[in-house]
Write a protein that binds this ligand. Structure first.
Ligand code: SF4
Length: 120
């Protein structure tokens, strides 16, 4: 059975039709090869960016926003369970790698998306 999705790689937003037959990924509606790659990744190993906040130790703010890229879509709850046990020591500039989470064989970096100063 075919699945319909919109390619999000560029602003054109092609309507894609994706199916897998005998292990082969078939994509229709893509105007360029990037659409095929996007749809194939969605079929085989869909990933999402997970955003949340973590508590800050000794900081001017109680929480700091963080992101984890390329989390397998089906393992978001597992990732959140690991993040729930983490905290960030202040100060931490924006873009700081404040830890990693293990999902299967992969170590995915946890990165701040805002700066947090030390408490005064
Ligand atoms: S298939 Fe190509 S042209 Fe269409 S939205 Fe995706 S990247 Fe853009």
């Amino acid at each position: 059975m075919a699945e319909r999705l919109v390619c999000i790689v560029c602003p054109v937003g092609c309507d894609l039709e994706l199916s897998v037959r005998s292990g082969e990924v078939l994509v229709e509606g893509n105007r360029c090869p990037k659409g095929f790659d996007y749809a194939a990744a969605e079929a085989i190993d869909p990933r999402r960016t997970l955003t949340t906040t973590l508590p800050v130790a000794g900081g001017s703010e109680r929480l700091v926003p963080v992101r984890v890229d390329r989390v397998p879509r089906g393992r978001m709850l597992e990732a959140m369970g690991t993040l729930r046990r983490m905290s960030v020591a202040a100060p931490a500039p924006i873009g700081s790698r404040v830890g990693t989470i293990r999902i299967g064989d992969e170590e995915l970096p946890v990165v701040t998306t805002a700066a947090v100063e030390r408490a005064r």
